[in-house]
Write a protein that binds this ligand. Structure first.
Ligand code: ADP
Ligand code: MG
Length: 271
């Protein structure tokens, strides 16, 4: 068993499970409740998106899954055991890409392999595979400052996927991209994901993105966040990110999810 987790009541249905989760932050004299009575699970091989108002506790959920912080009440279970330390089984693509500015695209991408002591030859072979997967063959010697926002996201995806974590946590990875670059990234992520179906927990505030990519979408309430609605996205795969948006099923899912989300958005956001 991984030393970062300890035995709890195993539920083999889920790879990651939040159980009756509560999280508050204490800062000096004030205490702030971010999450309350929150329950949901992510099955092995499932792509689950979480959508919720800004500041409701979405990034906190990922930090808890990664073992970077711990619950105030309830439990975070991973692989049937409670997360009690850094969770080595997950790859975490944080909202800011955190690329090393002084390292080339190649060196940024093989960083995780180097840390894990993978040999040079294997590093090169895997790098070739993942660099072509994300379409960066012509940019291996470039530095992050020489790349567009979309390219930087590709580097951070390759950098995480290359060491093959069991599960990938993605925190609003495409939120800073232009609408058309985002669509291209959706198509790429669908292609990559549909090839090997890793377990993914994906945070977004974009309903279109959530429907396009996911098997299941979870809507959170405003803070303290709890699960408001869970919707299975049964649109057939492989999916075409472009064609999907004209389908009646897509519009009906959007209407359902928007109905749950809108009442928790502040009036000036909805306009
Ligand atoms: N380490 C922390 N210390 C204190 N407060 C925090 C910390 N992390 C998050 N928060 C607070 O918890 C709330 C939820 O934060 P976060 O999970 O980042 O929201 P979201 O990702 O949904 O925008 C926010 O009010 C934020 O300020
Ligand atoms: Mg966040």
């Amino acid at each position: 068993m991984d030393p970062s987790t300890s035995a709890g009541t195993a539920n083999k249905e889920f790879l990651l499970e939040y159980r009756q989760l509560g999280k508050h932050f204490d800062s000096g004299h004030a205490s702030m409740q971010a999450l309350r009575d929150l329950n949901f699970g992510v099955r092995r091989g499932e792509f689950v998106s979480v959508v919720g108002p800004s500041g409701c506790g979405k990034s906190t959920l990922l930090n808890l899954a990664a073992g970077l912080m711990f619950p105030s009440s309830g439990e975070v279970m991973y692989g049937g055991a409670s997360v009690r330390g850094i969770n080595q089984q997950v790859g975490y693509i944080t909202q800011r890409d955190n690329l090393l500015p002084w390292a080339t695209v190649y060196d940024n991408i093989v960083l995780g392999l180097k840390i894990r002591g993978v040999g040079r030859e294997a590093q090169r072979r895997l790098a070739d595979e993942f660099i072509s997967m994300v379409g960066l063959k012509d940019f291996v010697k470039h530095y992050p400052s020489e790349l567009s926002g979309g390219m930087r996201k590709r580097v951070s995806m390759a950098r995480t996927l290359i060491y093959s974590p069991e599960m990938v946590l993605m925190d609003e990875p495409f939120s800073a991209l232009d609408a058309h670059v985002k669509l291209v990234m959706h198509a790429e992520l669908l292609r990559i994901w549909e090839a090997d179906r890793k377990t993914i927990l994906f945070i977004t505030h974009d309903l279109t993105e959530a429907i396009t990519l996911s098997d299941k979408v979870i809507i959170l309430s405003s803070r303290p966040a709890t699960v408001k609605l869970v919707v299975d996205i049964t649109l057939p795969r492989p999916r075409d990110a472009f064609a999907l948006q004209t389908s009646p099923e897509f519009h009906s899912l959007f209407a359902t999810l928007w109905g749950a989300l809108k009442s928790d958005l502040s009036p000036h956001v909805i306009g």
